[in-house]
Design a binder for this molecule. Structure first.
Ligand SMILES: *Cc1c(COP(=O)(O)O)cnc(C)c1O
Length: 374
């Protein structure tokens, strides 16, 4: 069994995919080809924002927003303590200080109260200038934007949605990657919408910001590529990846989301009472980037992983360490405690899920998990 079955996906799409890839090779426009623009239009339309600007990966997408917002030395950016390293890394890379806030035990997503505590602690110290809040749609469920944005507004901070795992999720009728002042996503192969390499995108409604992002992603270009009006980076989605994503986006919309929901529902129904299953807030939809369970204290996680692996079932631990405990952030002061994140890092376990998983495979996972936990 694969942790996320991308091989079956390719088998099913093979005819269409091979044609799309060959077309790029034949047309010979490998960078900024027509497929890139077509993809950007389709993504913006799907998400429900005015502008989608693709780039090299999800980390660069976040970095581009740090550049556009001129986040720099002396600034504080608030980042959930329970997330992938890049969400905080890009803040430090911009020269600013990531300030970590705790998450909700229920949703794994940033907790608005902890965020406010962290902001107040930074304000009280008076050394850093609070600038922005990053909220992460962890494991596929959108963060609680209403609450996060209310706190951000109270303190005059920008909100950046890190939707690397959130693409395809929603709150009511509003899709992920449309929340906050700007949003980003990643097309890393294992993400909800993945390409065959690295890729990412930024989503914004403001036309002027969109133009600045487009400039920053191509060496700070002005009127032309050889007119450079600012220092930027080189981060583009290549045409091959755009062609791949056009095929995959269609499948994502047509059936993949629906299929993965079916697997997630089956897990939740079958695992209730054995482990703590993911909690999706009323009105929220997850795109199930991961299916994360919490094991009871009495169960040894390493043992469960070994037991499942012996039955051919791979599992992962996302994440092993709170951000504030990463060596790279050893010099970053902790402004507020993050006990929930610390506890989650000890007990979470991610089990296989994908739109191409058969129900029988999910049954095998459930049976093995129940055995391992008893
Ligand atoms: C994957 C991921 C990223 C980075 O995306 P890349 O495309 O790998 O650079 C950023 N944030 C979160 C939450 C992620 O899961």
């Amino acid at each position: 069994m694969q942790f996320r079955d991308l091989k079956t996906q390719y088998k099913i799409m093979k005819a269409q995919m091979d044609t799309a890839i060959c077309q790029v090779l034949e047309e010979g426009s490998y960078i900024s080809g027509r497929q890139v623009r077509e993809l950007e239009e389709k993504l913006a339309e799907y998400v429900g924002v005015k502008h989608c600007i693709t780039c090299g990966n999800g980390t660069d997408a976040l970095t581009l927003m740090m550049m556009v917002w001129n986040i720099t030395a002396g600034d504080a950016v608030f980042v959930p303590d329970f997330t992938f390293f890049a969400s905080g890394e890009i803040v430090a890379y911009a020269g600013a200080v990531p300030v970590f806030y705790d998450v909700s035990e229920q949703t794994f997503n940033g907790d608005a109260n902890s965020l406010e505590q962290a902001i107040l602690a930074v304000q009280k110290e008076g050394k850093l200038k609070p600038r922005a809040v990053i909220a992460v749609d962890l494991f596929g469920q959108p963060a609680e934007y209403q609450r996060i944005c209310a706190v951000a507004k109270k303190y005059g901070l920008l909100v950046l949605e890190d939707g690397a795992q959130g693409f395809g999720g929603s709150i009511g009728a509003q899709k992920a990657c449309s929340f906050g002042d700007a949003a980003t996503t990643s097309f890393f192969p294992a993400k909800p919408l993945g390409c065959y390499g690295d890729g990412g995108a930024v989503f914004v409604n403001d036309g002027e910001i969109a133009e600045r992002i487009k400039s920053f992603r191509v060496h700070g270009m002005g009127k032309s590529k050889y007119d450079n009006i600012r220092v930027g980076i080189n981060s583009r989605l290549d045409t091959l990846q755009a062609a791949v994503l056009l095929v995959k986006l269609q499948a994502f919309r047509d059936y993949e989301l629906e299929k993965i929901h079916r697997i997630a529902e089956f897990y939740t129904d079958s695992l209730k009472g054995y482990v703590k299953t993911p909690y999706i807030l009323p009105g929220y939809t997850s795109s199930w980037a991961q299916y994360a369970i919490q094991l009871p204290d009495s169960v040894d996680r390493a043992y469960v992983q070994k037991y499942l692996l012996a039955k051919g079932i791979p599992t992962m631990v996302y994440y092993q360490k709170p951000m504030h405990q990463q060596q790279a952030f050893a010099l970053c002061k902790q402004y507020t405690d993050c006990p929930i994140t610390e506890a989650l890092c000890q007990c979470v376990l991610e089990i296989p899920i994908s739109p191409y998983m058969e129900l029988e495979e999910a049954e095998q996972v459930v049976t093995a998990l129940k055995e391992a936990c008893s």
